[in-house]
Design a binder for this molecule. Sequence first.
Ligand SMILES: Nc1ncnc2c1ncn2[C@@H]1O[C@H](COP(=O)(O)OP(=O)(O)OP(=O)(O)O)[C@@H](O)[C@H]1O
Ligand SMILES: [Mg+2]
Length: 248
Amino acid sequence: MIEFRGVHKSFGKQKVLDDVTLEIPQGRTSVIIGPSGTGKSVFIKLLVGLLKPDQGEIFIHGQDITKLRERDLYEVRKKFGMLFQDGALFDSMTVGENIAFPLQRHTKKKDKEIKEIVAMKLAQVGLPGVEYKYPGELSGGMRKRVGIARALALEPEIVLFDEPNSGLDPVMSDAIDKLILRMQKELGLTFIVISHDLDGTFQIADRIAMLYKSKLIAVGEAAEIRNSDNPILKQFFSRSSEGPIQVV
Ligand SMILES: Nc1ncnc2c1ncn2[C@@H]1O[C@H](COP(=O)(O)OP(=O)(O)OP(=O)(O)O)[C@@H](O)[C@H]1O
Ligand SMILES: [Mg+2]
């Protein structure tokens, strides 16, 4: 359903993505891993049309989004729900207002219906009844869950998670992974997760793609990638600072 074909992206002289070709299947969880600075976030920005590739095509349901004008991209973006790395909640709004925001902006739903959706989404992420709290009153894990509730508010087809575990303790991290896993099973949506967290990756991934030095060096079913003999993957999975991946 999503396909990158020969995608190149540079910033000035710095090549960030070099000839990336990749298919992301519908209705499954694909996790994109790779060391810091290898272009994972750039990959996501290209996918939602916030950046344009220098070369190559990006298809969503057969439509090349790199050719679209801003107005048409807006329609494409409605298919996506996004959990930002820091949660990106509005601190001056209550939790309920945060989740209602995309619904008020992008739909003609009445207030009463929006309230019901907000309550339902909060229940789905295990936080019923926190509508009237402010983000500042919540723990990091709760804020992530509110972010997930907001990402799901518009019933997206594709949900992007940029580092859902960042800044969380291992127990909360595991709870978020379990929530992502459960949501995917319940909703059957296409999930694309960017992650540094290996335990989490193996827990939630159906498929894994690894970016390294601006290239896509591996992509496949999770078990296949986990057992790969590729020295770069082996080093990454063993969390070693010794091997082909250089620490700079
Ligand atoms: N808008 C931009 N202008 C210039 N350089 C950029 C821009 N966006 C990203 N870069 C550069 O592209 C490279 C890849 O960035 P990106 O944010 O995709 O890395 P990442 O893989 O997400 O890293 P991390 O795991 O640390 O989040 C970095 O060197 C970054 O400085
Ligand atoms: Mg990033």
